[in-house]
Each structure stands twice: as C-alpha cells, then as structure tokens.
Ligand binder design. Structure first.
Ligand code: ADP
Ligand code: ASP
Ligand code: MG
Length: 821
C-alpha cells in the first residue's frame, strides 16, 4: 500500500485534476494498491488557493465587509467549473452539483452569521476551512470513478481524532490508528481522503495547521503500515533551496529523515514539518514528486543520504523572525536563568526557532515568529520581574524585520570550516550577520540577517556551496558609448562560452547612458539593447541608479563606470561601502586627491570587494597588474618609464625629418588619435594622471602637482582661443620642432614624450632616445612601459602594445570582470 498526497497546486484546476487522474490510472494499471490524500484546490499564478480564499472571505465577513460575497462567488464558481469539466456522466454530475450546492449554502449561512455578529471563533474558522478539502476530495473521487477507476470519498473527520486546539490540533494517534485500520478493513475502492482536517471526540471539526495535508498523508501511511509515502507537488522534489527565491536551486535525489526534518523546520515548505515524524517512526520512505513532471524521480527521504561530496544538503530560510535578547550583569554565573526563560516561553507555547548564548553568559539571544513577539516579551517581563526591577536584567525588546537562513546537511559534522565559508559568502556580499547559531545536531548552521538581505544571502550561500564551479555576476553599467557599447557586444558574444567553459554567467542588470537607465533583475536581453534602453528606459539620474542597484541587493554585484564623467566617481564611495565592486577606465577617482584614492582602496578592502582600474593606464595592457605582481612578489621598483599616451606616441613616432610638426598633429587629429583639441594631449595632462596613478600604485603618497610636466608648446599655441587658431600658431612653431628633431638626429636619436618615475619623483618630458633605448623602435600609437627593478635590471621588463581604442579598453574592462568571477 502506498499513500499518495496531491497538494493544492496539483489540483488547482480541472485540467490539473485530470493530470492527477492520469497518474492514478497508470498506478492502477500496474496493480498498485494505494489511497489518495488531497488538498483544497490550490493557487496558480494570479489565483489565490482556496484555503487562503476562505480565510480572506471570513476576515471580510468578520469586518462586516460585504465583499466577502464576491469571494464566496469565486469559490463556488471554481468548484462548479471543475465539476462540469471533469464529469462526463450526466447523472453523476447532477448529484455532485447538488451536493456542492448544499455545501455552498452551508458556507453562505455560516459566513452570514460571521458577518452579522462581526466575530468568528477559531472553531468556526476550522469548520469553514474544512470545505476546501472536503470539496476537492469529493470532486477527485468522482472524477476518478467517472474515468473508470472506482474511488470513494473519505472525510478524514470520520477517522482522524484530535484535541480541540483549533487551527493546529494535535492528533490522538492511538484512536486515529485504530479508526483508520478498521475503516480500511473492508474497503476495496481507492479511498480519496480529505487532507488537513480532523475532528474531536465530540465530532467537532479541527484542522492540523497550514500545509497539514502532508501530515494527514503520513498519519494514514503510519496507521496502514504503508510501503511508501508519495507527496506530489509543483516542484521536482526537495531542492537545494526554495526555487522561488534561488532560481539556481536543483533537486536533491536522496536525504535522511533528519535532514528533511531540519530543512522543513527551517522553512522548506515543500513538506509540512510534522509529516516526517510518523514516517520516521515506522521507517516509511517519503518520495516527493512533481505532478508537472511525473517521470522525474524526485527526492527520496529515508534512512540514507545521497553519497555526493557536498557537505550540505540545502539552504533554507524563515523569512520573518523576531529576535529577543535577554541580557544583564545579573545573569553571569546565575544558574537556571536559561531554564526559567525557556520554561516561561514554553508555558505560552511559543516556538523557538534558534538560540545563541554568548560565552560570557551575559546574554541569551533567541529567534521566534514575529507573531509571538509580544507575548514572549510579556512572558519574560513577568518571569523576570524582580531582576528587571533591580536592573539585574535589561528590559527585553523584540527586534523585527529579520530573517533566519540556515544551511543543513549531515556531512557537515565531519567537515571543518563550513561556517567560515558561510560567513565569507555573506561577508563579501555585504550581508551583515545579526546572530549565528549552530544546532546541537551539528547539521544546521543558522544566521540571522536583515529581512532585506534574505534573498541575497540565500543565493550567495547557495552559490558558494553548490555552484562552486559556476557563478553569476550582476553588472550595472553606466556609459554605453564607445567603450561601454563595445563591452556589451563583447559580453554578448562571449556569454555562451563563459557559461559553458568557465561556469560564469554574466547578467547585465542595469544599463544607462546620459539620458536613460534600464534595469532587469533577470538580466537585460542583449539583443537590441540600444532600442530597449531608449524606449523602455526611465530618466537617468546617477543617484537613483545607485539607489536602485543597492536596493536590488544582488550578490556579486559590479558597478562599471565607462565614462570620463567627473561626477560619477563621487558615487564610488557609497557603492563600495555597499559591498559592490567598482571597475572603471575612468581616471578621475584614481588621479584626484591622494586621500580619496587611498580611502576608496581601503574601503574596498574593508568590504571584501574590488576597486579595479587597470584600463586607467595603457588601456587593455597589463600595466597595473604587472606592477602589483612585481611588488607583491618582493621585487623592488627602481624606475618606471613609459610612453603612456597613444596620441603622443603616434605624433612623435610619425614626426620624422621633412615633415612639418603641425601636419603630423593634424593627421593624428583627423585619424581620431587625439582629442578634438589636440592640446589636451600635447599639454601632457593625461600622461600626468597616468604616471601619478603608477606612482601611487608603488606606494608613493603623491599628488598631481608633484608630477613635473614639461610644457612642450610655445606660448601662442597655448593661449590660442580656438583649435584653428591653435593650428595656425603651431604652424609658426614648426621650425622650433624641426630644430628639436635635428638636434636629436645629430645624437642618432629620436624624440619621445616620456613619463618617468625614479627615486620617488615623477616627471613627464620630451626626450631624445637613441637606438639602444626600447622607446626608439616604437611605432604607430603603441604604448610602452619599461619597468627597471632589482630583478629586471640589466634587461628591464617591457609591456608594449596598443594603449588606446574602444576594442582594447573594453577588453581590459572585460578581463577585470572575468577575474572577479
Ligand atoms: P503543495 O500545494 O503541493 O503542498 P506547497 O506550496 O505547500 O505545495 O510546497 C511547494 C513549494 O515549496 C514550492 O513551490 C516551493 O516554492 C516551496 N519550497 C520552499 N523550499 C523548498 C525547497 N527546499 N525545495 C522545494 N520547494 C521548496
Ligand atoms: N489546504 C491547506 C493549506 O493550504 C492544507 C494543505 O494544502 O496542505 O494550508
Ligand atoms: Mg504544502
């Protein structure tokens, strides 16, 4: 004998009930013996489950709100439509319809009473709730018979006896077992049993607590010594986390009763927690299966756990908890405080979710359901009245808006370092831990976090334990111009490869240009992103962009500033402080005041995130990384020389005899190598920033003004008002530059615009280099950086390549994103 339970979502509509009928018919074909427990017609997208519907209508009626009648109408119609769709046999349909009508009438009368007296007792509530399961089981029994599978409706109130704790009645197992055994003795037809409900000795209707149909199933299974329990629901079994909160969750093939117990007590709603006990007692395996995917094996809960390597089975959460701390000097060394505390709470039937005690014995912190918080505080105040009066114990307060998350698994016992991993995953994602506890079973580690962080915490911990070879990055991109736009294309083209080969999923969650911004938590579809940003985007504001990014609160968030904007870097501090990494080719932040640079780097370190700006110098070339590798490996930097500007590199590499300097600059401008006003390049301002950044990376506390930059332009060129006037002035200066070139040639040298850092001093100047110097052979717009160090001395370390351009800069940014993954 097997007992099968179909949850609300498996019987939400006639079509779904039809699916259940098919499953049961195939069981019958295989000559299996079984009974069926069923929930009330459940929820679907956009439709409330009938249990909730009954609660809502009763609450409305109780408030004297006539709209309860609308909900009652909806309730009736759902059942009527189901009956008509399911039943072909006219005679049967008419009997069923008239029975349904009778039950609707009774409900209407009861609700009218509630409406008139504006009051409802828990007892009446339970009675009203029973109509949900009674009608659904009755419908299913008839649908089965209609399809040729002889079935009988069994109202569980006939056999399941309970006490009168309405809303969460306790089962009298002795009587119930006897009743069920007797009842089933003479039965041959398939029994279709109402879940969730029972009755007292006097026959008064009770319910077993929300989600209690699973429990009904286990009660029948234990009484009948069933071979297996099957719980049919809307997901592929017990999963590594709630798939609604953690999309990457996957199904667990096997788990032990204890693991299932811990997981369900800690929020895995897929099994109602009390269900495990009767099954464990009789060693009946529980299989969780998906009605929407019936061939999938699902999860087997039994005496064995799966043999895979993972130290944990799942990550769960209790979305809403309240935390109360009992503390005070009067607790130190005083025996029995904890016992008094917990007895006082037990007397009020307050369930404790988690307890931690400071080793100082100075405080005990525990978590409970927020709905119990007021009663708990008042129970403690009564119990410790004297201590509170004497200030030996502080007046307790409940903290709310918190969630408890837990990792669960028996293998944890044998593995050290698990909690460290949990805290690391939470820490690098900026999740603050309010309290922690390790269950005495040693296979539950729980942490209290703010409610806002619940989903992020679950995903981060889930990723750390189950997806160690895969990771999702959430990108927020400001600036989709040349660099940003190219980057998005690169990400788009590389996405499939990264996912498959590197287990890295990159989602662009936020995107903005100077006018519009667009967000999509699931990742913006990168086909046609330009149009989407223009058409669907809202008005861009950097502070709202940052606020949205922060409030989305996604793990592994990265902010990318692909602009040269002066204001956006003002946000970096707030962003890093929210544990979000920053990657940027924008040089403003790294080349402004030294204290700001140090502050951002320190903040990133403190928050466990990264502030990355490799593309500040030499675009995609590995300049900053090389420098930091040298320093970290203990080398000593003696000198850094660099041609750090692509524009100036091009200009001086092409400036050869017979060519007027002004023509060379014009050509560079028209090729797009320079800024629209070439003086921005020729002034050396950009090179100043770059050598300053390199100097700071070597550890020097240098300011921009400390870099000596030679002015190579004659005064009229500098003061010219417009670009064309500048070119006129430059033409006049051609002889001056030719003269410089001639002098260099006489020394067998060429002119190069070189930044240098040596002996703690930084300078930028136009220099003559001869053929023995690495810069002599530079061509095109290449950058070249020469590191002379203690190790690379006679032959310095050279980094050379294209140091500008959207393609290489975007690639540099991309490389940093990947390195974060
Ligand atoms: P039913 O109506 O079938 O009883 P429930 O809604 O009570 O279904 O339980 C199934 C739901 O439990 C799933 O849809 C899922 O969102 C939720 N759930 C929470 N934690 C887990 C988990 N660890 N594994 C699977 N489902 C979970
Ligand atoms: N119908 C009840 C509820 O929604 C019982 C159940 O579905 O298990 O809580
Ligand atoms: Mg359920």
């Amino acid at each position: 004998m097997k007992i099968l339970k179909f949850g609300g979502s498996s019987v939400a509509t006639a079509e779904r009930i039809q699916g259940v009928v098919e499953i049961l018919k195939s069981y019958k074909k295989k000559r299996r013996k079984f009974a069926v427990v069923v929930s009330a017609l459940g929820r679907m997208t956009g439709v409330t489950g009938t249990t909730d519907l009954i609660i809502e209508m009763t609450e409305l009626a109780q408030k004297g709100d006539e709209r309860y009648l609308d909900l009652l109408k909806e309730f009736k119609s759902r059942h009527k439509v189901a009956a008509r769709t399911l039943l072909q046999d006219k005679k049967r349909l008419s009997v069923v319809e008239s029975d349904l009508k009778g039950s609707f009438k009774e409900m209407a009368n009861l609700l009218k009473g509630v409406f008139l007296v504006k009051d409802v007792s828990k007892r009446t509530m339970d009675y009203l709730l029973s109509f949900g399961e009674r009608n659904s089981a009755y419908l299913l029994a008839n649908a089965l018979t209609d399809k040729g599978l002889k079935a009988e409706y069994l109202d569980a109130r006939k056999v399941v006896t309970t006490n009168d704790d309405f809303g969460a009645a306790k089962v009298d197992f002795e009587n119930t077992t006897k009743n069920i055994k007797n009842y089933f003795k003479k039965k041959t037809a398939v029994q279709v049993i109402t879940g969730f409900i029972g009755a007292t000795d006097e026959g008064i209707t009770t319910t077993l607590g929300r989600g209690g149909s699973d429990y009904t199933c286990a009660i029948f299974a234990a009484a009948l010594d069933a071979k297996e329990i099957e719980i049919w629901t809307d997901v592929d079994g017990v999963m590594t986390a709630d798939p609604r909160k953690v999309p990457a969750a996957f199904s667990i093939d096997k788990m032990t009763y204890s693991e299932a117990m811990e997981m369900t007590h800690f929020g895995a709603k897929v099994i109602h927690p009390p269900t495990i006990q009767p099954a464990l007692h009789k060693k009946i395996p529980i299989r969780i299966k998906n009605t929407f995917n019936p061939d999938f094996p699902g999860t087997l809960v039994g005496e064995e756990s799966s043999t895979d390597d993972s130290p944990i089975k799942g990550v769960t959460s209790v979305s809403q908890v309240a935390l109360i701390t009992l503390q005070g000097s009067g607790m130190i060394g005083v025996k029995g405080t904890a016992a008094r505390l917990f007895n006082a709470l037990a007397a009020k039937e307050i369930n404790i979710i988690l307890i931690t005690q400071g080793s100082s014995e100075y405080s005990i912190t525990f978590a409970i359901a927020p709905s119990d918080a007021r009663r708990a505080v008042s129970a403690i105040k009564t119990e410790f009245k004297y201590e509170i009066q004497e200030r030996l114990i502080e007046t307790p307060k409940a903290e709310t808006k918190l969630s408890a998350i837990a990792i669960i698994g028996e293998n944890m016992r044998s593995r050290p370092g698990i909690s460290g991993e949990v805290f690391h995953a939470l820490g690098v994602n900026g999740v603050n831990i309010v309290a922690i506890a390790q269950g005495s079973s040693e296979f539950n580690i729980s942490a209290i976090v703010s409610k806002e962080d619940e989903v992020k915490a679950l995903n981060a911990v889930h990723e750390a334990f189950f997806l160690s070879d895969t990771k999702t990055l959430h990108l927020f991109i400001v600036g989709v111009g040349l660099i940003g736009g190219t980057l998005i294309e690169q990400i788009k083209n590389q996405a499939a490869y990264l996912k498959e080969k590197r287990g890295l999923e990159i989602r662009i969650v936020g995107l903005s240009n100077s006018k519009k911004m667009l967000f999509d938590e699931k990742g913006i579809d990168l086909n046609n992103w330009k149009n989407k940003l223009d058409q669907k985007g809202e008005k861009m504001s950097i502070s709202r962009f940052v606020d949205t990014m922060k409030s989305l609160n996604l793990r592994n968030s990265i902010f990318l500033d692909n602009t040269a904007n002066k204001d956006i870097p003002n946000q970096y501090e707030e962003i890093l402080d929210a544990s979000i990494s920053v990657i940027t080719p924008n040089k403003i932040a790294t080349s402004s005041a030294y204290k700001d640079y140090v502050n951002l780097k320190g903040l990133a370190r403190k928050r466990g995130v990264r502030f990355m700006y490799e593309t500040n110098v030499g675009a995609g070339l590995p300049v900053i990384k090389t420098l930091s590798d040298l320093i970290n490996s203990g080398d000593e930097i003696l000198k850094i020389e660099g041609v750090l500007s692509g524009s100036l590199s091009y200009i001086f590499n092409s400036f050869v005899a017979d060519k007027p300097f002004s023509d060379v600059v014009k050509a560079a401008q028209s090729l797009g190598y320079t800024e629209p006003d070439p003086r921005e390049d020729l002034s050396g301002a950009d090179v100043r920033r770059k050598i300053l950044i390199l100097a700071r990376e070597t550890g020097l506390a240098m300011e921009s003004k400390d870099v000596k930059v030679e002015n190579i332009l004659p005064k009229p060129c500098v003061t010219a008002k417009t670009v064309s006037q500048f070119f006129k002035a430059l033409e006049k200066a051609d002889p001056h530059f030719n003269d410089l070139l001639d002098k260099a040639a006489k020394k067998n040298g060429v002119l190069r615009f070189i930044a240098k850092l040596e002996d703690g001093k930084a300078s930028v100047s136009l220099q003559v280099v001869d053929e023995n110097h690495p810069f002599y052979s530079l061509s095109g717009s290449d950058n070249m950086i020469v590191f002379t160090t203690a190790r690379y001395n006679a032959r310095p370390l050279v980094v050379r390549g294209p140091g500008a351009g959207a393609e290489v800069t975007a690639a540099g940014v991309f490389a940093e994103i990947i390195s974060l993954g």
